[in-house]
Design a protein around this ligand. Sequence first.
Ligand SMILES: *Cc1c(COP(=O)(O)O)cnc(C)c1O
Length: 383
Amino acid sequence: MDIIKKQRSWIEIDLDALYYNLDQITQIASKETIMAVIKADAYGHGAIKIAQSLESYGIDHFAVASLDEAIELRKNHIQGMILILGYTSPTSAKLLNKYQLTQTLIDFEYAKQLNQMGYPIQCHIKIDSGMHRLGEDCLDIDHIIAFYHLSNLQITGIFSHLCVADSSLKEDITFTKLQFQHFNHLIETLKKRHYPIGQVHMQSSYGLLNYPQYHYDYVRLGIAMYGVASSLNAPYQCQINLHPVLSLYSHIIHIHSYHKGDLIGYGRTYHFSRDSKIAVIPLGYADGYPRHLSNHQNVLIHGIFAPIVGRICMDQLMIDITDIPHVKIGDKVTIIGKDHNHMIRVEEISEHAQTISNEILSRMGKRLPKFYKQKGYLKNAKV
Ligand SMILES: *Cc1c(COP(=O)(O)O)cnc(C)c1O
């Protein structure tokens, strides 16, 4: 597509892969139970387009991190339930009400303040079952029932979050099971006392795929939906085949040859041990490609790996193409994704950058245009 040739670097989102992943995951958790987590611009995949695609798949529960993310979805006609997982200032109560959003009650103090604003608002209560981030303590039942007496807040759900569900260490599995046990005990107690608890949820991607034996009203599905694992050493325990949804491409804008002994880039960190041919790509750390990968990661050209040499700059990086024949200006470069028989996975990049896939994806730069591919065709060009 010609429009692609005009870009510096670009993201391709494979909606067929998204649907494929959902087909796989809905064999474990039914479609009705999926609450799609599309915070941080759908982990860099583009929240609006992803939400629209999910709605057409039949998913109508969404989770985001902030009020602004939620309002953006409503302004783009997303109809389903939208849960804000994080803090929203109580002074924004009017907006929560106006846009029919569901707010997480991060603790009882917060709930009281939100209640005092005088707007009827749908809320889910956050419970701390062991992560110790947000929520009221799981074992503090007397405190938790107080939420149900706040007259402006309509409690439509209650949830907790696991913190080591991705780990296969014995002590972490024990801890996770304890989190389930404490949360389940709380839910049973509230039910016994006839509190209208609404929808109950606990698992995110790893919670579902490593502990599919637990069943709740929703699963908050993030990273797995995008077809990747958080890291190479945290595979999903459920045998599930997922396809990465996001690819990142660029193209060659400059080629030059240098002599053996020359040094390249900021800080002159890479030394040519032979006469070398170098290509420049217009992609840098401001596009979300970690500087930590300098001298430490390959890209793909013509299906062949080419190493990044020298420090990654804010807006460009250099690769060694000495061993790749017939490379010319304009040739496509695969940064994340498949090229012929090879593939560079975001898990591999995050490993080299000493982080997790979630961070790499959610920090994809704002200036990368996104193109959406469906049934083999690139659609709707730029979003
Ligand atoms: C981000 C988030 C999720 C999604 O987690 P994944 O591991 O990406 O599936 C679920 N629940 C909460 C509270 C979150 O913040």
